[in-house]
Design a protein around this ligand. Structure first.
Ligand SMILES: [Zn+2]
Length: 232
């Protein structure tokens, strides 16, 4: 078979680099010129290499001097997927980890699946790298109202409509979120029901914010409760 017909995969490493995976072996980048890359086996004592151009294998070098570890490579792929989802999704990281691990149950429970499961790091062993990955795209949890950062991504809905309708004030900053459609519904509604919670907001320094969820679809974060409060 021509080298270019061999299917290789790439696994994102915890430091943001890539490893090449093929046939139960892992390789790290050794040399690079434009789109040409030479990869060397992850084991320092092994001289096996693969060359790729545009991520397609062009040449296989020496053979490995050790057996492959397909279970370890599969485990790395799972952890890499968790890390990459942690970066782009807002799903809680423990849930992403559970979801990805659960996929192993769909595989036949044979000796290889058991070995993959046994090689997987526990959540507590890998969580720091996961949270680091998320911090690259999600602003840190604000300690004051003034430091809440809302870049464009957090000002729009997933379909690109403006979601942040008002951002006013400093220490008493008020944020109001609603899609244009829902503002129209709210304006047309004969009755508007409001409710509030003091428990949902992230912990911040005083004054503690009081997010108030107006109607079904308009959300505001207020610096303090306005009007009366229920006593029950
Ligand atoms: Zn090797």
């Amino acid at each position: 078979m021509a080298a270019s017909q061999v299917r290789v995969e790439f696994i994102e490493t915890s430091r943001g680099g890539r490893h090449l995976a093929w046939n139960g072996y892992r390789y790290r980048q050794n040399n690079k010129r434009d789109t040409w890359i030479s990869w060397k086996c992850i084991l320092t004592t092994c001289k096996a290499t693969i060359c790729t151009r545009d991520d397609i294998p062009t040449k296989f070098g020496r053979d490995h001097n050790h057996p492959p570890s397909p279970a370890e490579v599969e485990g790395m792929k799972i952890i890499s997927e968790v890390r990459s989802r942690a970066r782009v999704e807002m799903t809680p990281i423990p849930s992403i980890y559970d979801e990805e691990i659960t996929k192993l149950r769909d595989a036949p429970w044979d000796s290889q699946t058991r070995e993959v499961a046994s090689k997987l790091p526990t959540f507590s062993a890998t969580k720091s790298a996961m949270y680091r990955a998320r911090q690259k795209t999600v602003p840190p949890i604000p300690s004051t109202r003034q430091t809440i950062q809302l870049n464009d991504k957090f000002q729009r809905t997933t379909s690109g409509e403006l979601f942040l309708q008002a951002d006013d004030g400093d220490a008493d900053r008020i944020l109001i979120f609603a899609s244009p459609d829902n503002v129209e519904h709210l304006c047309a509604a004969p009755d508007i029901y409001c409710d509030g919670t003091l428990r949902a907001p992230p912990e911040t320094q005083q004054p503690r914010p009081s997010p108030t969820y107006n109607s079904r679809d308009v959300y505001s974060t207020l610096p303090r409760p306005y009007g009366g409060r229920h006593n029950h």
